[in-house]
Write a protein that binds this ligand. Structure first.
Ligand code: RNT
Ligand code: ZN
Length: 422
């Protein structure tokens, strides 16, 4: 889309918003500050770079599809991510999983990883002006095949994963220190069972004990912050999940750790948006895994749907933009992987714009006066305001392609780069 066209529709939109008393510049200033953490695992179907047959099933994470050209090495993945970043406006973060270390020729097991293995990523992040987040990988490993990791009744298995997660926290702090910005270490474990257990208690008691040992070491929050991610059910954990929402909410609130809410990890009719203003009364920060649940899957590519808009509304209306950390979490192997990242990131970023452009005072006034007709009518009218024209202008301002013009770049990259991979 050319600049002249963008400016034309933007000028008209600006007038329309001005008639409602909305300050577009202020909205765009806030939009510019929003940063979203991109999941490195969308680039290669959660495969990672471990050199071993050890990396096998176990852990309920399963990408489906076989679109050609997934990244096979750290270099390829970084190249793909750079392409994605070039098509996304705003400050970027990259979310790494422990299995994405650069381990050299030797097999390095999860209880042996150290900051050295992530130096390549840190150097790259510094060069690209990207901040990093980190995740322990407690799945896709023979020691996760029983369905239990930190909450396993087998002491050896438990100790192995405790050591892994401790190291992941250490690595996260190292990353944060090196890059001069906090690194969020998120912990999700697959623990649970396909059928109804008779003993839920012991697994939860063991998980609590394991977490206490893991979190015994304190780190400086400006270097690293911990978060805990619950789930409702997963592949192979349909009947019981040890780390349920109540479990982690209890743990997080009583231990000063952040909670991570994944949009795909709740009952389909449950509103994650509604939880934001509730949790933030008791916790300073939360992490969101922006995902899209479809039937039994919790990891489809994020789109601009009502759920995502609802999240953006709640964050902005609660003045919580600096308290809620945003991360995308999906892996879809059935379409161009770089394009999927761009779709998700642009959708989330875009979802904030209509809320930032709301005449909030007016709406608040109606509500306080009990004028529910006014509130509902204005909210309905706001839905069709030309925020797309403002978004296009914002993209140009941020030096990334406006409107659908970025699609061509993905198609070119697909033909010239990713499809040529063996
Ligand atoms: C799994 C969790 C978890 C993972 C990533 C890969 O259900 O959502 O966050 O998707 O860690
Ligand atoms: Zn998640």
């Amino acid at each position: 889309m050319n600049e002249k066209k963008v400016m034309g529709t933007y000028t008209a939109a600006r007038e329309r918003y001005a008639s409602l008393g909305v300050d577009i510049d202020k909205a765009l200033e806030a939009l510019e500050k929003i940063s979203i953490s991109l999941p490195c695992w969308q680039g290669d179907d959660v495969s990672g770079f471990e050199k071993s047959a050890a990396h096998s099933g176990g852990g309920g994470i399963q990408a489906t599809g076989n679109y050609p050209g997934k990244a096979r090495t750290a270099e390829e993945l970084r190249m793909d991510l750079k392409k994605a970043f070039s098509l996304i406006p705003g400050r970027m973060r990259l979310n790494l999983h422990a299995i994405y270390g650069e381990f050299g020729e030797r097999f390095v097991d999860r209880d042996e990883i150290n900051p050295e293995h992530y130096k390549g990523w840190i150097d790259w992040a510094r060069q690209e002006k990207v901040k990093l987040d980190f995740n322990a990988t407690c799945f896709a490993h023979p020691k996760a095949e029983s369905g239990y990791t930190l909450s396993s009744k087998d002491k050896e298995v438990r100790e192995f994963w405790i050591e892994h997660v401790k190291r992941c926290r250490e690595i996260s702090a190292f990353i944060g220190r090196e890059l001069g910005s906090f690194c969020i270490h998120n912990l999700w474990i697959p623990d649970g069972s396909k059928d109804f257990p008779v003993d839920r208690w012991t697994h939860r008691a063991l998980l609590k004990e394991a977490l206490d040992r893991i979190f015994a070491k304190e780190y400086i929050p400006s270097e690293m912050k911990d978060s805990l991610e619950s789930k409702l059910f997963g592949l192979g954990s349909e009947a019981f999940v040890v780390g349920s929402h109540e479990f982690y909410m209890g743990y997080a609130l009583s231990n000063g750790v952040m909670l991570c809410l994944d949009l795909g990890h709740f009952h389909p009719t449950e509103s994650v948006a509604d939880k934001i203003s509730a949790l933030l009364q008791f916790s300073d920060e939360i992490l969101l895994h922006l995902s899209r649940g479809v039937r039994w899957d919790s990891d489809h590519v994020v789109i601009l749907n009502d759920e995502v808009r609802g999240i953006a509304e709640e964050i902005v209306r609660s003045n919580a933009l600096d308290k809620v950390h945003l991360a995308l979490d999906f892996f879809d192997a059935s379409l161009n992987r770089v394009g999927a990242l761009v779709i998700g990131a642009r959708a989330v970023h875009k979802s904030f714009l209509p809320v930032l452009l709301e005449p909030r005072e007016k709406l608040q006034e109606f509500e306080n006066a009990g004028n529910y007709f006014g509130r509902l009518a204005l909210l309905e009218e706001l839905k069709t305001l030309p925020f797309g024209a403002v978004w296009d202008y914002f993209c140009l301002k941020m030096d990334v392609p406006a409107a659908e013009s970025w699609m061509e770049e993905i198609q070119r990259y697909d033909a010239e780069v990713t499809r040529k991979r063996g």
